[in-house]
Design a protein. Sequence first.
Length: 684
Amino acid sequence: MSDPARDLFVGGEAPQAKPNERRKVAASSAPVPAPITSAEAGYDASAIEVLEGLEPVRRRPGMYIGGTDERALHHLFAEVIDNSMDEAVAGHASFIEVELEETGHLVVTDNGRGIPVDPHPKYPTKSALEVIMTVLHAGGKFDSKVYETSGGLHGVGISVVNALSDELEVEVARSQTLYRQSFSRGHVQGPLETVGRVQNRRGTRVRFHPDAQIFGPLKFDPRRLFRMARSKAYLFGGVEIRWRCAPSLLEGIDDVPAETVHRFPGGLRDYLARDLEGKELVTDAIFSGKITKPGGHGSLEWAVAWMVTEDGVSASYCNTIPTAEGGTHESGLRVALLRALREHAERVNQAKRMTAVTTDDVMATCASMLSVFIREPEFQGQTKDKLATVEASRIVETAIRDAFDHWLAASPAQANKLLDWVIDRAEERLRRRQEKEVARKSATRKLRLPGKLADCSKAGMAGSEIFIVEGDSAGGSAKQARDRASQAILPLRGKILNVASASRDKLGANQLISDLTQALGCGTGNAFRLEDLRYEKVIIMTDADVDGAHIASLLITFFYRQMPKLIDRGHLYLAIPPLYRLTHGAKTAYARDDADRERVIKTVFKGAKVEIGRFKGLGEMMPAQLKETTMDPKKRTLLRVEVLEEARSSTGDAVDRLMGNKPEARFAFISERAAFADGAELDI
């Protein structure tokens, strides 16, 4: 047994014991093993599994590429082309070739330096190429002397692609010699082969095929690959990207050529101009520029414009990697634009009008593109969706603020026009907020609304709607697709609490339930007041998959238990987003499920061969698609949630058994209806 006094002073001096006490401690200092319990008997060293090589990637691909869906599949291409782009940005490659073969193999070739093939110092029996392809965290980008800026760590990305491909072949041309090595599912299929002498060729060629054991029936989408390749050319004006695709893969696809060359010397300015073609702008010119070595880093490029009738959109990149969730560089851009506009307002004696303006007002109708190249960037997650490098915010803010200040001073008329536009947006925002507070305040206090809620401008309940969506990604698409006058959006992060089995304390402490209750304004339980409901329609809008159905069932349970009159008076609805997008030539149609897909093919396309795209979630749908299919009152389909009078007593029992805290009741309920569930699945 241990000495209690000594246990209290771990790492320090224990109180001195008397001589006889010290003898007792010494006599009992040898540890006495406790008997092994039954629970511990099956958990010993043999139960600890050690995964070798790239096996962790195959076991948990989501940790490395974010999942096994269509987005993750195309992330493999991003990892490979990013390596070639790093060679181009470093000045070692002038072109990149991308080819999608009829077999589904994807080939990426560059004329860079080529992956080293000499023996690796740490693994003398293996070439550097083999180490890079088969060992995680092995690559040239850990050393800033090799790449000043790069899109990631060479050995992480390409080795992950290798692990998740059933076939992968690498050819390297260095010193007029061609080398080749093949791999499958992360394992070497043979030694590095010296093919022979080559003239006028250098660089790396990677040909790979995604493993069906990981991705199932998913195939590369030519449209998506084409756009990804084109965006890389926009991001670095000094590179030429050559695109080729097997013609058989382009049947029914009119906007993707079989062969073309991407080269855009104008960079992001050309990119933004293409996206804004045909749209009315607040200022005549696009604010754009490029600076090398800002803050001692690689480079910074931007293009910004303000639209008259469109909601703002932003796209940002770090070392040519798309940062879909923004990050510190976008924060720097927003602050730079606001501060430069405030300085201009002071010069023209408009400083008082600018006091209420925020970055949200500046970006409300702003279309922005931002690309930074920095050393050793830090991202959140391996998929690099969000930049976390703290220094990037300062670098971007300093560089763009000075450039924007000069741009405003050079054209006072355009600067004043933009200033008035931004101030109008701020005044409109304040006016809408004041109208809502006046129209919707209670007798004793003004209503507090959750921060995630994008409210509508319509005063009163009549004609207004609130869409409850899962996650910020779906919420972002819904906010762009909505009618701001009558449609509000409330994104909920994660699954809502199961109120059928939760205690009162849990209900009171749950943030999602609090946000939802505040947004609706009508209270819950005994405090529910229908006359205080802020929206005429409450619409649950979740993904068209099992997880979406689960979230919808939890929300319906919440309303059934906490706001039953909301259902009884016909205010609760379910949105029906499509699961499939079907195209043939210029014709496009949508289908809700497998049965509806077959119906649409037969009736709309008359059995013709169609291209079928499957939406993985609302966040992957373009705002225009979400509006057209799910949110536009003129085109959408809604299901009203009702409790039939003849089934009212049994409904409560079903909710208790399915959603309650007794798993044995839930198991019995499902077992009793197993045959019905199987039949229903076949009939869908």
